[in-house]
Design a protein around this ligand. Structure first.
Ligand code: ATP
Ligand code: MG
Length: 562
């Protein structure tokens, strides 16, 4: 995919300099997900950044599954990750790799370090190794096994590989400096014994490389020039540099940037998994989840997510982005291309008493005022229609420009009607309105047409298409659900984040809407056909977003109350 926009930021400045100084002759990046969950909007940021830089510099970007941990990886995650990256609009071409492809090479590299006297087999239990690491202010202690001979280390390491030992009996450690102020350099563990099956290598291995040992070398093997990662790896860089220097292999440059944090949600895969497994949401692709699959089901477009990632930019310091910015990017995109339609979510029946029985007029409606090329469509109008319950008030406040007893309102694309009589049910609720219409006020019938203040949407009763509509709100009420150390993040789940409306009355053409198709329901928001619950018998729409940011207003009101 071509990237038209040229971005410049602190990362491109480093890359420009590297190219100028001929440190590298091209740009080769990678996106390295661990297949232990579905991708979320934070990963989307990283994908847009890595693939975006490759596009910008005419370079390449690899997809590499970082599958060094045998217990956690699952094929379902691998497939979902591939689907999400493709959907976002990026292509790794033939460069799909797995860190597990490098297990043999990593083993050889480890042997090389042992031979150089730069790695040793330690036989202390894990807890003791941990205790002896020291603290940021106190140096660590050297293991009694630290000075084993090269021959002994080679022999033990090979036997570790051959499965002669139990889990935890030995580890391989780098021999660096137990008193380094950087804890990562205090003889970090490179290999541990795990008699576990791996999703790709099966039972071939019973020793597995630690992330810190695998990651930099995997980048090197693939010829990555710029290894872009999040800030928490800044302190690991000296270790990665050390490994590469000792091995004397291709040396990528690591650049750290601040991870994306979004308000009103959680982003750790562990927490997202907790929501899925605890049944708090309806799977990883629940439309309220910050996952890419959730956003897709909710109706987000790839363009809106890419634009959002661009807007957010890259930062050197941690920050939290307001989810309102993500919604803004969505509205901006859908406003330009969503087909308009009329839909009544909370129907109130209106009978137009002076309109002929059985008559149907096909009125012209604009498909998208932002894009005349999308043309017009015909909307049926008849004696009985539905309007939104909230568009009528019996005792309205002063500035209520919708329908009230004795008042007039324009029906979008149709006529001006006047409310003549309110019919109530046995409980005193408004059940139906009797109105009259003014035949001289048909929309589009010329300049002489009379004006009234309010215009409302409607759907003809006889022609309406019934559907279920699902309204979503923020999944969490707190801006930072993980910000309170005394409370579990799940306590901040918004109990009203899903509202299911049945019997909504939609404009008839929506009968043919396909799963995933997006629309703007006039005056209500953006909606899409749900891909999971829509069947032959029932169409389910998801509200992607309201037309404006109503949340800010609600919060203002609430803080005003306090
Ligand atoms: P989590 O904390 O959710 O488990 P992770 O960082 O462990 O996330 P990985 O699968 O290792 O997940 O991430 C793959 C890539 O995506 C890494 O390069 C990582 O830096 C990047 N990434 C993950 N989360 C974010 C984020 N919130 N913002 C930007 N990049 C991210
Ligand atoms: Mg990670």
């Amino acid at each position: 995919m071509e990237d038209k926009s040229q971005h410049s930021n602190f990362i491109t400045e480093i890359i420009d300099k590297d190219l100028e100084e001929k440190r590298y002759s091209e740009v080769h990046t990678r996106f390295p997900p661990e297949p232990n969950g579905y991708l979320h909007i934070g990963h989307a940021k990283s994908i847009c950044l890595n693939f975006g830089l490759a596009n910008q510099y005419n370079g390449k970007c690899n997809l590499r599954f970082d599958d060094t941990n045998p217990a956690k990886e699952e094929t379902e995650y691998v497939e979902s990750i591939k689907e999400d990256i493709r959907w976002l609009g990026f292509d790794w071409e033939d460069r799909l790799y797995y860190a597990s492809d490098y297990f043999d090479t990593l083993y050889e590299y480890a042997v090389k370090l042992i031979k150089k006297g730069k790695a040793y087999v330690d036989s202390l239990p894990w807890e003791e190794i941990r205790e002896q690491r020291g603290t940021p202010t106190e140096p660590g202690k050297e293991s009694p096994y630290r000075n084993r001979s090269v021959e002994e280390n080679l022999d033990l390491f090979e036997r570790m590989k051959n499965g002669e030992f139990k889990d935890g009996e030995h580890v391989l450690r780098a021999k660096i400096d137990m008193s380094s102020p950087n804890m990562n350099l205090r003889d970090p563990i490179m290999y541990r014994i795990r008699h576990a099956e791996h999703h790709r290598t099966g039972n071939k291995w019973c020793i597995y490389p630690m992330y810190d040992w695998a990651h930099g070398q995997s980048d090197s093997i693939e010829g990555i020039t710029h290894s872009i990662c999040t800030l928490e790896f800044e302190n690991h860089r000296p270790l990665y540099d050390w490994f590469l220097e000792q091995l004397e292999i291709h040396h990528p440059r690591q650049i750290e940037f601040a991870r994306l944090n979004l308000s009103h949600t959680v982003m750790s895969k562990r927490k997202l998994l907790e929501l899925v497994e605890g049944g708090y949401v309806d799977g990883w692709d629940d439309p309220r989840m910050p996952t890419i699959s959730g956003l897709r089901r909710r109706g987000y477009t790839p363009e809106s997510i890419r634009n959002f990632a661009d807007r957010v930019g890259v930062a050197k310091r941690d920050n939290v982005i307001d989810v309102v910015l993500l919604e803004f990017s969505l509205r901006e995109d859908l406003n330009k291309r969503a087909q308009r339609a009329m839909a009544v979510l909370h129907p109130l029946k209106v009978t137009i008493t002076n309109y002929p029985d059985g008559k149907v007029e096909m009125l012209d409606a604009v498909n998208n005022p932002e894009d005349p090329s999308m043309g017009t469509r015909k909307v049926p109008f008849s004696k009985e229609i539905y309007i939104e319950q909230t568009d009528f008030m019996e005792e309205p406040p002063k500035k209520f420009f919708r329908l009230k007893p004795g008042g007039e309102v324009r029906l979008r694309y149709a006529y001006i009607i006047k409310c003549e009589e309110v019919i109530k049910d046995e409980n005193g609720n408004v059940a139906e309105l009797l109105c009259t219409y003014d035949p001289a006020t048909r929309s589009g019938s010329g300049k002489s047409n009379r004006k009234v203040k309010g215009t409302i949407h409607w759907v003809s009763k006889e022609h309406a298409f019934d559907a279920e509509v699902r309204l979503y709100d923020r999944l969490f009420t707190a801006e930072d659900p993980t910000g309170n150390p005394d409370k579990d993040f799940k306590e901040f789940i918004n109990p009203d984040s899903l509202e299911i409306l049945s019997g909504c009355k939609l404009e008839p053409f929506l009968k043919n809407a396909k799963p995933g198709e997006r629309f703007q329901f006039e005056r209500l928001g953006y909606f899409c056909v749900d891909t999971k619950y829509t069947t032959e018998e029932k169409t389910v729409f998801n509200r992607t977003a309201t037309l404006r940011d109503t949340w800010a207003k609600i919060q203002q009101k609430q803080s005003g109350k306090k």
